[in-house]
Design a binder for this molecule. Structure first.
Ligand code: B16
Ligand code: MG
Length: 217
């Protein structure tokens, strides 16, 4: 176990759960295009950027889509998604997540977000976490999405810590790959908890405290 100075959290699937909203928004777009789309395809979109997600959906599209149309449909998906996100409130932040973040802070750990989402700040505001993190690295600031380590390396730089002193928390395999490629330890939660790439296999969010040498709750 390393002595971590910083913890970098993925957002969707770790701090909050927006899967159902992504699903509903993509489903509307897929239906309009007559493309088959289900929950298992939606699971493949976890941690993947918006345009790359659409490319996965288009695997079942009969034909070739022009770039301008791809932009139009991904923008439409985002409009629907943002409307759905407006339903979120601080009540969507689980007490377990909140307690764990507070405890880590008390222990002097720096906390950052490392998310592929371009809506990260909007989501954090909805959850009542606007301004809570020491740094936010998100889809608006990077050129290459996970499994490239860029988003996590930027987060580490923004909190002024070396990658080897940071622990990444992820729910997607692409995110675990990104953390390892960046020289960071990685904790898998949810879908990624059983992944062999993870240094820690979290059953609960509270388990993070033990990984970070903090007193358990
Ligand atoms: P947006 P994360 C990712 O967030 C989601 O897991 C993924 O499903 C989504 O396609 C991606 O953000 C882009 O989101 O359309 O909001 O820019 O898991 O990296 O926090
Ligand atoms: Mg995620």
């Amino acid at each position: 176990m390393r002595n971590y100075h910083g913890v970098i959290f993925d957002l969707d699937g770790v701090i909050c759960h927006t899967d159902a909203y992504h699903y509903q928004a993509w489903k509307q777009v897929a239906d309009e295009l007559g493309i088959y789309f289900d929950e298992s395809i939606n699971n493949r979109l976890r941690g993947v950027s918006r345009m790359e997600s659409f490319e996965i959906i288009l695997e079942r599209y009969d034909g070739v889509m022009e770039e301008a149309d791809k932009i139009r449909y991904t923008s439409k998906k985002n409009e629907i998604y943002k409307k759905l996100l407006s339903n979120m409130s601080p009540a969507d932040l689980s007490p377990e997540v909140k307690e764990t973040l507070e405890k880590m802070r008390e222990n002097g750990l720096k906390l950052a977000i490392g998310s592929s989402s371009k809506n990260a700040c909007f989501i954090l505001e909805r959850l009542g976490l606007g301004g809570y993190f020491d740094a936010i690295s998100d889809g608006n600031q990077i050129a290459r999405s996970k499994p490239d380590p860029e988003v996590f390396l930027l987060a580490a730089r923004l909190i002024g810590e070396k990658p080897e002193h940071c622990l990444v928390v992820e729910d997607a395999k692409a995110g675990l790959m990104a953390a390892k490629a960046g020289g960071m330890d990685a904790a898998g939660i949810g879908d990624a908890a059983g992944c062999e790439l993870a240094d820690y296999h979290l059953k609960t969010f509270h388990d993070l405290l033990t990984a970070c040498n903090c007193e358990p709750i």
